[in-house]
Ligand binder design. Structure first.
Ligand code: HEC
Ligand code: HEC
Ligand code: HEC
Ligand code: HEC
Ligand code: HEC
Length: 479
């Protein structure tokens, strides 16, 4: 007894307190959690900084899960001590015993250790916090971590003109408010992925996308658009696989006319003091019943498509959260600025032009389109079957000798077509050819996509003037 007392005395009240912190199971858990998390985080940080692995679970662990462990551990240790406070009284520790006496060498050592460890922990947390924040904003995170879900968006993004623009530049943009909204909706999305409850395909248009004026206009703005842009379109037909039919158009990009100072042309819709609002009757915004415009001089006009019935659940009031009206911005035309899907005809025609598909093989355009558009249950099934199907169609057409002669060409074409398929179709996400249409132009106007949603000569104002479709409004022949 006497000896024990002596020991207690030797340890001092601080000694009991510190020992008490981690002598309970909870305290030990806290110490283990803290040490293991901190060590692994440190290792993960080194691996990431030196780029030693591409494994996406390393940054997820190091930057997102382990910091949680570290903080939990750091909370558990004092909590354990607090839960054992009865012991303090047993050892007779009173508040006034707990003084830090810097002339006591044990106290000095403790204070130094405590300071060093605290500084180390906080430095690690700051670096990890920063890396984690950068990481959770990177296209790699957005596109790869949810790899099954976002694979299509990431794949098509990588071949677009915005491949070097981070996802967050368009999906979050500047400012704290949208940052917080994005992280909250990000959490919801992670939950949806974990519970497998997300929609396939992910619906477009994105309902709560940040207004494009806040995002796109960081890099592009209507004042800077001007003049014309010449574009060449190249088509083949099943009857003519060898000589391309070329169409050149000069698009009236518009913007501010440097001579008159007026806004004109295609970007008139988003220019200063012009407001175009519309009422669509479907979620995809393909069917537009009414269009209202405000011109720079303040005059207004309303165009109505008379034969379009507006369903009762569309809120026609112009204001309020669930108003059916939308102010036109960049996305109403550039709905595919970076998630750009191709059309099968365009891929086949490009193959013929670039000779990846040998145009001399009779019937190859038609057969290519057939195998490209065929239904495959999975991407693996397409990998296994596409070239064989092409060869089979050609054999039916020409017999085995012809096919043997062109064997190498047919295999090359098959590989090219498979590539085109894999860049555009994800059966597991229900993304087929044409699922995500583009509003630039009118190539798919019969399905409701593009400029002719409004420019159809059928939306008329009270005086009978319509939103025009004359062919030289938007483009002419380049001179
Ligand atoms: C240049 C701007 C831009 C960038 C960069 C961008 N997006 Fe998008 N994204 C959009 C727009 C605009 C839409 C809305 C399309 C619509 O409303 O039809 C969209 C839609 C989506 C959708 C909904 C599905 C779809 O295709 O419409 C997902 C998912 C998505 N983006 C993920 C990403 C990911 C992941 C990245 C980075 C790898 C990324 N986005 C980068 C502009 C961008
Ligand atoms: C962070 C800067 C940035 C943001 C934000 C951005 N873009 Fe771009 N955009 C670029 C760059 C860079 C290019 C490529 C320019 C080039 O190739 O000359 C580009 C090109 C384009 C082009 C021309 C594409 C082509 O085929 O030539 C269009 C159209 C476009 N952007 C629209 C948009 C729209 C719409 C948004 C908003 C959803 C947007 N951009 C957001 C930087 C940006
Ligand atoms: C009325 C439809 C429409 C709206 C609204 C619209 N654009 Fe465009 N934009 C076009 C078309 C059409 C083209 C030319 C098509 C092409 O290049 O394929 C174009 C071209 C561009 C280009 C390429 C210009 C060049 O000289 O190559 C950029 C950049 C661009 N738009 C950005 C924007 C931004 C940013 C907004 C929103 C502030 C916007 N656009 C709003 C239809 C529109
Ligand atoms: C939501 C409806 C809507 C859509 C979609 C739309 N427009 Fe328009 N556009 C209008 C209206 C309304 C006018 C003005 C008509 C008037 O002034 O009488 C207009 C005017 C124009 C003008 C003439 C501008 C001027 O005064 O110089 C051009 C060019 C044009 N649009 C091109 C396009 C192109 C290209 C697209 C597709 C990429 C497109 N529009 C999509 C509604 C639309
Ligand atoms: C409201 C604007 C608008 C009007 C009106 C318009 N076009 Fe176009 N057209 C476009 C745009 C924008 C593109 C470019 C599409 C793209 O970049 O993919 C285009 C592309 C084209 C192309 C090339 C596409 C291809 O695949 O070959 C042809 C041909 C064409 N238009 C013909 C016409 C004809 C004919 C008319 C008159 C009936 C007409 N356009 C009226 C906006 C318009």
């Amino acid at each position: 007894m006497a000896e024990e007392n002596h020991q207690h005395h030797h340890r001092g009240p601080w000694g009991h307190l510190v020992r008490g912190m981690w002598r309970s199971p909870l305290g030990i858990l806290g110490v283990v959690l803290t040490t293991v998390s901190a060590t692994l985080m440190f290792l993960g940080l080194i691996v990431e900084v030196f780029g030693l692995t591409d494994n996406i679970y390393v940054p997820i662990l190091a930057f997102m899960i382990l910091p949680g462990g570290l903080i939990t551990g750091l909370i558990l240790i004092p909590l354990a001590a607090y839960l054992r406070r009865r012991q303090w009284y047993k050892y007779g520790i009173a508040k006034d015993h707990l003084q830090i006496n810097l002339s006591d060498h044990r106290h000095r050592r403790m204070v130094i250790w405590f300071t060093v460890l605290t500084v180390m922990f906080f430095s690690l947390l700051v670096v990890i916090g920063y890396e984690g924040y950068e990481f959770s904003d990177s296209p790699f995170f957005c596109g790869r971590v949810c790899h099954k879900v976002m694979a299509p968006e990431y794949t098509v993004y990588q071949r677009s003109p915005h491949a070097k623009v981070a996802c967050i530049e368009c999906h979050i943009g500047p400012g704290a408010q949208w940052f917080v909204r994005a992280k909250i909706s990000g959490l919801r999305q992670v939950l949806a992925v974990m519970t497998n409850s997300y929609s396939r395909p992910i619906p477009a248009p994105v309902e709560h996308l940040r207004p494009a004026r806040d995002t796109c206009e960081q890099c592009h703005w209507p004042d800077k658009f001007s003049g014309k842009k010449v574009k060449t379109f190249i088509h083949f037909t099943n009857d003519n696989q060898t000589t391309p039919e070329k169409v050149d158009i000069a698009l009236h990009i518009g913007g501010r006319n440097p001579v008159t100072g007026e806004f004109e042309g295609i970007h008139w819709h988003v220019s200063k003091n012009v407001k175009v609002r519309y009422l669509a009757i479907d979620k995809k915004r393909l069917h537009i019943a009414k269009v209202k415009i405000t011109r720079p001089d303040g005059s207004t006009d309303e165009f109505v498509k008379k034969d379009m019935k507006i369903p009762a659940d569309i809120n026609q009031s112009e204001t309020g959260e669930d108003s059916g009206w939308r102010t036109m911005d960049c996305i109403d035309c550039h709905n595919r600025p970076t998630h750009t899907y191709d059309l099968p005809e365009d891929r086949v025609d490009f193959g013929l032009l670039s000779k990846k598909i040998n145009p001399e093989i009779i019937g190859i355009r038609e057969d290519s389109l057939a195998v490209l558009k065929a239904d495959y249950n999975t991407r693996d099934e397409a990998r296994a079957q596409m070239t064989n199907r092409l060869i089979e169609l050609q054999t039916n057409r020409h017999g085995i000798d012809y096919v043997k002669r062109y064997d190498a060409d047919l295999r090359k074409a098959g590989a090219y077509l498979l590539d085109a398929y894999l860049g555009n179709v994800w059966p597991n996400m229900n993304i087929k050819w044409g699922t995500y249409g583009s509003h630039i132009g009118h190539q798919r106007s019969d399905e409701g996509w593009g400029c002719w949603r409004c420019h159809d000569d059928e939306h008329a104002d009270a005086a009978g003037k319509t939103i025009p479709q004359n062919c030289d409004l938007c483009h002419d022949e380049p001179k």
